[in-house]
Structures are given as C-alpha cells and as structure tokens.
Design a protein around this ligand. Structure first.
Ligand code: G3P
Length: 224
C-alpha cells in the first residue's frame, strides 16, 4: 500500500448501492476524483469488472485454503486471477479466528514471494489486544474498528480517539501501519484520524449510501 499519503479504503460490503452496476458507478466516481491513494474492498464477483476502471482493488474476504477440492471457498489465487491486489479480512461483519488470520497472512506472503506479486492483507481488529495479536503475524496493515460505531454517524476519531493511538502504540514494535474506521462521515473525521497517527481510513456507508457520493468524496479529498 502506498503510505506516502493518506489512504482511503472504501468497503463496499454487500450494499445494494455497491454491487454489480452500482459498484461500477462508484468506481467511476473514484477514478475521476483525481486522488490516487484509494483502495476498494469489494465483493469477489465485482473484482473483474471494476478492475478495468480502478486497479487498487481488494476482495472483502478470502478463505484460509489452498486451491483444490474446496467447493464454495475463496482462495487467494482466485482473487489474484480476478485482478485483486489484496484482501480485507476479519471484518466485524465477517470475523475469523486467529489461526485462520495467521494462515491467510502466511499464504499471502508465500504467494507474493513465489510469484513476485504485490498482494496486501489488511486485517481488521476490534480491540487493541486483538490488533496486537494480529500484528504478530505481520499483515500489511491493521484496521481498527469499534463494531458499535460501524454504520453510525459517530466516528471513531471523535468518540474513541484513544483506540487509534493505543493501537498505533501497541503494534509499533511490529512496524505495522494502522488504518481506522467506523462512523467516519465527514472530512474532519478523516483529518482527526490522520492527525492521531492513522495512515488512512476505512469508510463504507457515508460514501456508498450517500445521495451525492461524488460531492462527498470531493469534500474529503479537499483536506488530504
Ligand atoms: O470497513 C469499514 C466499515 O466497517 C465502516 O463502516 O459504515 O461506519 O463507514 P461505516
């Protein structure tokens, strides 16, 4: 991930406004925004089509399995073939156990090494303690998100700034960049998160469910 400027990671989840043709519409807004450090976490079924418009694209989830007899499981190889440059795992809406998180991060590193690919794993965490445990596995970034603020209009940077700073401190020995999310809905929330030391933010509803996502995005970008 490009850490030279703030990262905007938009999680499309499974919102009707952000799947299929609607996902493409949002990707076009992003592509015309003029800000290049935007990553999209999308449904695996949308990777292939969005890739034609925007290259920083991640699968919202991946399973800790190798290719083979794995009906219905999603492998890292499959999403790479579709065009993903990474994955967002262990989201509060799709929690994983520590062993599986570790397996995915290890597999991603092997694949990266064997195929010379750039493939990033961003793991979410809901608490400082879990962020620290996950940091030991060395993901490319950790995203701290308090579940109770997800989808609300109260941002982590306003309501729980200490969660950002404590996470940064807890994972600093592993040198893992920290992103944060939950309730981020205005440019001040982004500015505050960056000021507190986050390398970027995760946003879903404020962008995806916005009546005018283009205007909203321009407003956010204006302060970056
Ligand atoms: O992964 C980002 C997400 O959980 C935050 O959701 O709707 O609060 O921006 P939202």
């Amino acid at each position: 991930m490009n850490l030279n400027k703030p990262i905007l990671l938009f999680n499309f989840k499974a919102y009707r406004q952000a799947i299929g043709k609607n996902a493409l519409k949002l990707a076009k807004i992003i592509a015309s925004s003029g800000y290049d450090n935007i990553y999209l976490a999308v449904q695996p079924t949308d990777i292939l089509s969005i890739k034609k418009i925007w290259s920083n694209i991640m699968a919202e989830h991946v399973d800790p399995v190798e290719p083979g007899a794995r009906t219905g499981w999603l492998t890292i190889e499959s999403i790479i073939n579709a065009g993903a440059i990474g994955t967002l795992i262990n989201h509060s809406e799709h929690r994983m156990n520590m062993d599986d998180i570790k397996k995915i991060i290890e597999r991603a590193k092997t694949i990266k090494h064997d195929f010379g690919l750039d493939f990033e794993v961003v793991s979410c965490a809901d608490t400082v303690a879990n962020a620290e445990k996950i940091a030991e596995f060395k993901p490319d970034a950790i995203a701290i998100e308090p579940p109770e603020l997800i989808g609300s209009k109260i941002s982590i940077s306003e309501a729980k700034p200490e969660l950002i700073t404590e996470t940064i401190l807890a994972v600093s020995k592993y040198e893992i960049p920290v992103l944060c999310g939950a309730g981020i809905n205005k440019n001040n929330d982004v500015a505050k998160a960056i000021e507190l030391g986050a390398r970027g933010v995760l946003v879903a509803s404020a962008f995806v469910k916005n009546d005018d996502p283009k205007k909203w995005l321009n407003d956010i970008i204006s302060i970056l």
